[in-house]
Design a protein. Structure first.
Length: 227
């Protein structure tokens, strides 16, 4: 840590952060660093897609369920169906499936809610496997650069027949910078992945609780109307 601080302090004042990044990018071999950077960009694109999707899928479920219950109490099944159909989010989709099967038995409705709930969970978790792939790929690419850098160092030693720091410095620099780059990319993607995963888990728990309330509402409706 002390050596790192000394390096940062010794940087020229005109050297900006992006200039340092650019220099390290070139020193770490543009080919390897470009692949690692591409891994970061694509991984972040998948993360952003999931975050937007989850944000759009989030609604005020308490207000939605209250409106659905109010329409069913008024025996406005078509109004309830239209409301569920025109509302985004997994809870509304589950409620729509339940309302369309109001004439079926309670067991059939319950199975339909359970099955469609699994479908909605699958939609929430879509593309997560790609994010985990890039989380694993980034450090692997970094370690590949490390191996290549070590091979370059040993090749230079063999060519010049001398273990001179200036001879092996290029290969060692490639080995270290690519490893650091891969680990940084993996850490960034891991942070977003954990955020997305925690948001999905909260939504799934909310779906489970709301599914119970949906079933209770339908049972009361069927009992009061003797369908």
């Amino acid at each position: 840590m002390k050596n790192l601080l000394l390096i940062l302090v010794s940087l020229p004042e005109e050297t900006g952060f992006f200039q340092v990044i650019k220099t390290k990018f070139i020193e770490g071999n543009p080919l390897f660093m470009s692949i690692i950077t591409l891994t970061l960009v694509i991984g972040l694109a998948f993360c952003l897609e999931r975050i937007i999707y989850l944000h759009l899928a989030h609604i005020n479920t308490k207000k939605f369920l209250a409106e659905m219950e109010d329409r069913l109490e008024k025996d406005d099944r078509q109004g309830a169906k239209n409301l569920a159909q025109n509302t985004r989010g997994p809870v509304a989709s589950i409620y729509y499936q339940a309302v369309t099967r109001m004439d079926e038995s309670v067991e059939v409705i319950d199975k339909s809610i359970t099955a469609y709930g699994s479908v909605q969970v699958g939609l929430l978790e879509r593309n997560l496997s790609w994010i985990t792939l890039f989380i694993a790929a980034a450090p692997s690419l970094g370690f590949l650069g490390t191996v290549v850098g070590m091979i370059m160092s040993f090749t230079n030693i063999e060519l010049f027949g001398d273990i001179n720091p200036s001879i092996v410095a290029g290969g060692m620099k490639l080995a270290l910078i690519t490893t650091v780059g891969g680990l940084i990319v993996a850490l960034i993607l891991q942070f977003f992945y954990n955020y997305i995963l925690s948001k999905i888990e909260r939504m799934v728990r909310q779906m489970e609780n709301d599914s119970i309330r949906i079933m209770d509402t339908i049972i009361r409706y069927k009992d009061s109307h003797s369908i």
